[in-house]
Design a protein around this ligand. Structure first.
Ligand code: IVH
Length: 675
């Protein structure tokens, strides 16, 4: 294929992909199957690899992510990103309408009769973003920051499928559009479910999840988080619109995702109706909204009204009240988590709240119980904010029963009876009996069998509890002593499930060393750290004999991890468990394959990878560097030995490498180096 033919094909594929993308993510109307879409995308990516000079910054391939942003550049906003003043009641809203009309110089009879035209929009609960388009192409995306300057997050924003990379229709040559990036509830729930499964901390709410995601360095990870974005504010010089409503409808025609719920209202009464409607209906949406934004529609009137120091006088946010109810506190129970942390939980008389029935609420820790002075039998106020678990925010003291006893926090573990401890500066008490306290033991075994660890999916949470209660497993090594004959007498344990369990355990003996190291559950040793350690030490025996200094020399291992490793391996019980797992046949060293590929060729060399590659992808290069004894780093410094430079390397990096005299390697040169 000639370059000209490739160019034509790339253009055609890009256009096709963007149309399908827009249909699906903006118009909510799929026009192609996922499979066919992926095929077209693969074809485009492969052409762009063959003809890297034809790769455009607004190609649909950029949505897959892959580029790493080590530090986000700070960029000044062309127009400050102000916030809105808040209101919480009907009176506040009527007051706002009065101020608007007074501000426009209405006389008393006019004040009574003339209605202002407002646009009511949902207040999306995410993080605000400013997108800059030039000649119909997205050129920059900036977070709000402090309102004057924010972080440039263009690479990450490109992975949001509803953000158009290229516009269509009659758009202005240069303009800015602002909106809200958010994480849809179903996406948030799915991510949290997966996190729970693999024993990772769940995210508090979709807002935090969205803003955390936009700050991730690896745009491929951002792409996986499936963020979405509503736009609500078009800005620029000499734009041809007279009203806000007109401007957002135009933006819709250029390809932006504009909320269908935005409504033109005549006068404050229609605004109030809109507010009442959404106060109830908001729970039916697939994303979070924490209020309504009301904007004067006419741009001339907006201009007349102007701004205060912090916010426009022509707009206001009506904030929904976090729904609150009062109910009786029946009992307080204390949960013991996998790590031994104790969480007090309020058991409540069931009460409907925000679309679900609430039976339990978090009481956080001893200090909060003390501060609220909650007692069993109290009428308590429960609120459902952005968090998953509702919380108790106070006590109705007027209804306190005279005999209500002050709550005394437990001092012994409700599960195993050990005396609880509380570390200096930590909010939660914890049970120190990590090897015998049942929820801690079960939790550790659950982690051990989880998908990313030993992946024994024939052993679920309930069965683990059952086996533990039956006295068959007290630690992960006991799993490998299980026999079919021991399992069959258990309730609900059919021949087939017993066999599957044994087969699953047998198969897990092939799980590579790095995952075994993660599975045994050393505090602070997550998946990535376990991988790095395994690659470096190659076998557990080596790891056991490393000094603290040697541990610290491993990538990713700092003081805390080094200490945790040391504590884990000096515990006698752990030593016994490891020995038994070894006897059972688990992998405690890298396989022959993994060994053979490794060399010391790049020992003591530090690499920075930058740009787009054609022969292997970034992760593969990173792996090759590590396998050959080298180190990866995200930023260029005096310590950098080489920059592995692909196409389109960032100009800043290039400048820095040149100024420090660091050699740039092409892909070919690098591959030769490790041949
Ligand atoms: S208009 C001058 N419209 O709420 C401010 N903001 O405190 C113009 N927000 O930072 C903002 N939904 O992040 C506007 N439909 C909407 C909105 C919205 C959410 C956020 C935005 C802003 C904050 C205002």
């Amino acid at each position: 294929m000639t370059s000209a033919q490739a160019q034509q094909k790339i253009l055609q594929l890009s256009k096709e992909l963007e149309t399908h993308n827009h249909n699906y993510y903006v118009l909510d109307n799929a026009t192609i199957s996922d499979f066919e879409f992926d095929k077209l995308l693969e074809e485009l990516i492969s052409l762009e690899k063959q003809f890297p000079e034809l790769l455009s910054a607004s190609s649909p391939s950029q949505r897959v992510g892959g580029q790493i942003t080590k530090t986000f550049n700070t960029v000044k906003h062309q127009y400050a990103m102000l916030s809105l003043s808040n209101s919480y009641s009907v009176e506040d809203m009527i007051d706002f309408d009065r101020k608007v009309r007074e501000g426009l110089g209405y006389q008393s009879d006019q004040l009574f009769n003339d209605q202002i035209e407002y646009v009511c929009e949902l207040k999306f609960d995410g993080l605000s973003i400013s997108l800059i388009y030039e000649d119909g192409k997205l050129v920059q995306a900036i977070t709000r920051g402090d309102g004057v300057q924010g972080d440039e997050v263009t690479t990450n924003a490109k992975t949001i499928k509803s953000v158009p990379l290229k516009l269509h229709g009659n758009y202005p040559p240069k303009f800015e559009i602002r909106g809200e990036v958010f994480m849809p509830r179903p996406v948030f729930n799915a991510i949290n479910k997966e996190r729970e499964e693999i024993g990772e901390a769940v995210m508090a709410n979709p807002r935090n999840a969205a803003s955390g995601t936009m700050k991730m360095q690896d745009s491929a990870q951002v792409a996986k988080r499936k963020l979405d974005c509503f736009l609500y504010n078009v800005m620029g010089e000499n734009l041809p619109f007279k009203t806000h409503y007109e401007s957002i409808q135009a933006a819709k025609s250029w390809g932006f995702k504009i909320s269908e719920e935005a409504k033109l209202c005549h006068g404050i009464n229609e605004v109030l109706k809109f507010i009442m409607h959404w106060d109830k209906k908001r729970f039916d949406l697939s994303y979070d909204t924490d209020g309504i934004v009301i904007k004067v529609n006419d741009f001339k009137l907006q201009k007349n009204l102007g701004f205060t120091a912090k916010s426009p006088r022509w707009a206001i946010a009506y904030k929904f009240k976090a729904e609150q109810v009062s109910t009786e506190l029946l009992t307080i129970s204390y949960q013991v988590g996998r790590t031994g942390a104790i969480t007090p939980v309020a058991n409540l008389k069931p009460v409907p709240l925000g679309g679900t029935t609430v039976k339990r609420a978090s009481l956080h820790n001893a200090d909060i119980i003390e501060k609220l002075d909650v007692r069993i039998g109290d009428q308590v106020f429960v609120e459902k904010g952005g968090e998953i678990i509702p919380k108790i925010i106070g006590v109705d003291f007027s209804k306190r029963k005279p005999d209500a006893k002050k709550t005394k926090y437990i001092d012994h573990c409700p599960e195993c009876g050990s005396k609880l401890e509380r570390n200096e500066g930590e909010a939660n008490h914890f049970c120190p009996n990590e090897n015998e306290c049942p929820p801690q033991v079960v939790g550790r075994i659950e982690h051990f069998v989880s998908r990313r660890a030993m992946n024994i999916d024939s052993l679920g949470g309930e069965t683990i509890v059952q086996l533990h209660n039956a006295g068959l497993i007290k630690n992960v090594a006991d799993l490998y002593d299980l026999k079919k004959e021991l399992l069959l007498p258990l309730e609900r344990m059919a021949e087939k499930s017993a066999q599957n369990l044994i087969t699953g355990l047998e198969a897990s003996k092939q799980v590579p060393f790095e995952r075994v190291l993660y599975a045994i559950g050393i505090r602070h040793v997550g998946e990535t750290t376990a991988k790095k350690i395994a690659k470096k030490v190659k076998s557990l025996d080596v790891l056991l004999n490393l000094t603290k200094e040697e541990l610290l020399a491993i990538d990713e291992v700092g003081e805390i991890i080094a200490l945790s490793l040391h504590e884990y391996f000096s515990n006698t019980q752990n030593k016994v468990i490891i020995e038994r797992l070894k006897q059972a046949g688990l992998q405690f060293s890298l396989s022959e394959d993994q060994h053979q590929n490794g060399t010391d060729t790049l020992k003591d060399l530090t690499f920075v990878i930058s740009g787009v590659f054609t022969q292997h992808n970034r992760d593969q290069y990173k792996e090759m560097i590590e396998l050959n004894g080298g180190k990866n780093s995200g930023s260029i410094s005096k310590k950098t030995s080489f920059v592995l430079a692909g196409d389109n390397m960032g100009p800043e990096k290039l400048k820095k490498a040149e100024s420090l005299g660091i050699k740039l390697l092409t892909e070919d040169e690098f591959l030769k180096m490790i041949e």
